[in-house]
Design a protein around this ligand. Structure first.
Ligand code: ITT
Length: 192
């Protein structure tokens, strides 16, 4: 199945292509970005909104992702607002704003998780959805240059490293996105 990746985030595109390498799908980035108002109340609603907008535009199978970081001690922020957390929305400013909000909270109380909802609209216009999480902690210093977004401050206890310190393959094996995409594509029959 030929599928367009319904995102304007090139870091996500790279991860999608890596994670789905062994599946019988032909992924390509969207020819151009489609503006989508992310008005959903949760990750799944927003993933569906993105997929529908891209499907309307390109009229072929599309795969979208809505994801973010939830930090329990600050009411699960930034959550669905992870990309738009700071004024300029850059990865660096988003991290700085988050570090500002947690500066008085001890690190052992900074339990957090990445969440990823993915939505596929297939060639029969059937909508498939999956959501997964990855549990860890936020730390107050940046570690590692790998990955993107909040990866350098997301500590993953099982590997005793931040996501910024993992290889791409290590991240894909345990990440919210890796788990959500595998769950989705293992559940649907794919033809040659
Ligand atoms: P699209 O809506 O076009 O897909 P976006 O970057 O705006 O792109 P989201 O609204 O889903 O996407 O926001 C996701 C944000 O959450 C992303 O920009 C990062 O800041 C953060 N995020 C999601 N997955 C992440 C990951 O694997 N590692 C680090 N940060 C991540």
């Amino acid at each position: 199945m030929k599928i367009i990746i319904a995102t304007s985030n090139l870091d996500k595109v790279r991860e999608f292509q890596r994670i789905l390498e062994g599946f019988k799908v032909e992924l390509s980035p969207a020819p151009y970005s489609v503006r989508v108002s992310e008005t959903g109340r949760d990750f799944i609603e927003n993933a569906i909104l993105k997929a529908r907008a891209y499907y309307r535009e390109f009229k072929m199978p599309v795969l979208s992702d809505d994801s973010g970081l939830e930090v329990d001690a600050i009411g699960k922020a930034p959550g669905i607002f992870s990309a738009r957390f700071s004024e300029d929305g850059s990865y660096r400013s988003n991290i700085e704003r988050l570090l500002g909000q947690i500066k008085n909270i001890p690190e052992d109380r900074l339990k957090a998780r990445f969440v990823c909802a993915v939505c596929l609209i297939d060639d029969r216009e059937i909508i498939h959805v999956a959501q997964e999480t990855c549990e860890g902690y936020v730390i107050k210093e940046l570690r590692g240059n790998s990955g993107f977004g909040y990866d350098p401050i997301f500590y993953y206890p099982e590997l005793k490293r931040t996501f910024g310190e993992l290889s791409p393959e290590e991240k894909d094996t345990v990440s919210h996105r890796g788990k959500a995409l595998r769950k989705l594509f293992l559940a649907i029959p794919l033809e040659e």
